[in-house]
Design a protein. Structure first.
Ligand code: NDP
Length: 320
């Protein structure tokens, strides 16, 4: 089968379109013909070696597609069913073996493109809004990279929870997309902390969601209100250097969280609950995943370049 293979970590050109052996499902896996593989920032970290993986490997962890075979111990999933998943290595490929415990049935009313935008970025946005910091009606929250994959979904979920949402973006097109997702105020990165204070009568935000990292972290602390929460969930601009705990006291006795999705989908019930929450929001029209583009699998390198060059708005997919 066709797949993308990384034999040695590096730039986007490390992603080689190759022929590899089709995986066979083990007893507790289902074999899926991939329709779309999601492109996520974690794929960039793994390709470049920031998050090391043994080589060679097939990148990608997210997607949607149709089940073609099921392992002997799998109950409740049949060939022909459509499923989505995240956290399954080897998703940049024509076929992937998905543990049944990670396979999420897709309702007939939801298209594959929409379903493949939800598992990783959607469930991340969901736990960020409801667990890392529990957004309450009337809160003011700041979402960095508001036109990104996570950013657009988090903005919509935060609005649905009754928050005033401030976002940062780097271009006019991204500002328009962020507003379209419901952002109340869209800011540039320069001087955003002062702008957040101005918009909150000097108080600051209840929570700042920061997936940008190195370039925003200091000002994110500045943008918080007393006893606010900084949720650092990524590092698209680079990793944040070590933080001296006393800084959190000086910033107003603030909380700093550094969550990761795997710790919020621990049991099958938790995984299903988070995905079901997203499907309900989609059905109600409150969550509209925005597709930036879908590239052929062979153009995975271009996809990584565009994601890291800040050229995408919303979800980027690889079509099989
Ligand atoms: P995005 O679609 O948000 O793309 C990254 C965005 O970051 C860019 O579009 C850009 O938006 C912004 N950005 C700011 N500075 C830089 C920079 N120097 N280089 C590149 N991009 C920059 O990606 P995702 O939605 O896939 O992921 C967003 C973040 O969330 C990532 O950091 C990712 O690692 C993290 N993440 C964390 C998870 C967790 O559980 N902790 C799970 C999923 C994702 P702009 O141009 O508007 O600034």
């Amino acid at each position: 089968m066709k797949a993308i293979v990384v034999s040695s970590p590096g730039g986007p050109s490390a992603l080689k379109f190759s022929e590899v052996e089709e995986p066979g499902p083990t007893r507790d896996q289902v074999l899926v013909r991939v329709a779309y593989a999601g492109v996520n920032y974690i794929d960039v970290y793994q390709r470049s070696g920031v998050y090391p993986r043994p080589v060679p490997f097939v990148p990608g962890g997210e997607g949607a597609g149709q089940v073609v075979a099921v392992g002997a111990d799998v109950a409740g999933i049949r060939p022909g069913d459509r499923v989505a998943w995240e956290g399954v290595p080897g998703s940049y490929a024509e076929y992937v073996a998905v543990p049944a415990a990670k396979a999420l049935p897709i309702p007939d009313t939801v298209a594959d493109e929409v379903a493949s935008a939800l598992p990783l970025q959607g469930m991340t946005a969901q736990y960020l809004a409801t667990a890392s910091y529990r957004i309450a009606p009337g809160d003011t929250v700041l979402v960095h990279a508001g036109a990104g994959g996570v950013g657009l979904l988090l903005t919509q979920l935060a609005k649905a929870l009754g928050a005033t949402v401030l976002t940062t973006v780097s271009s006019a097109a991204k500002a328009a997309a962020s507003r379209d997702a419901g952002a109340d105020h869209v800011l540039g990165y320069d001087g955003f902390a002062a702008e957040v204070r101005r918009l909150t009568d000097g108080a600051g935000a209840h929570a700042v969601y920061d997936g940008v990292g190195a370039s925003t972290f200091d000002d994110s602390l500045e943008a918080l209100r007393r006893r606010g929460t900084l949720v650092l969930f990524g590092a698209s601009s680079g990793q944040v250097p070590p933080v001296e705990p006393q800084r959190l006291a000086r910033a107003g006795s603030v909380l700093l969280a550094r969550p990761t999705l795997a710790d919020f989908v621990v049991s099958r019930a938790e995984l299903e609950d988070r995905f079901a929450y997203l499907l309900r929001q989609v059905a109600a029209g409150r969550l509209r995943p925005r597709l930036h583009a879908s590239y052929p699998l062979a153009e995975a390198a271009r996809a990584h370049r565009d994601l890291a060059d800040r050229a995408t708005i919303g979800k980027l997919l690889l079509a099989l």
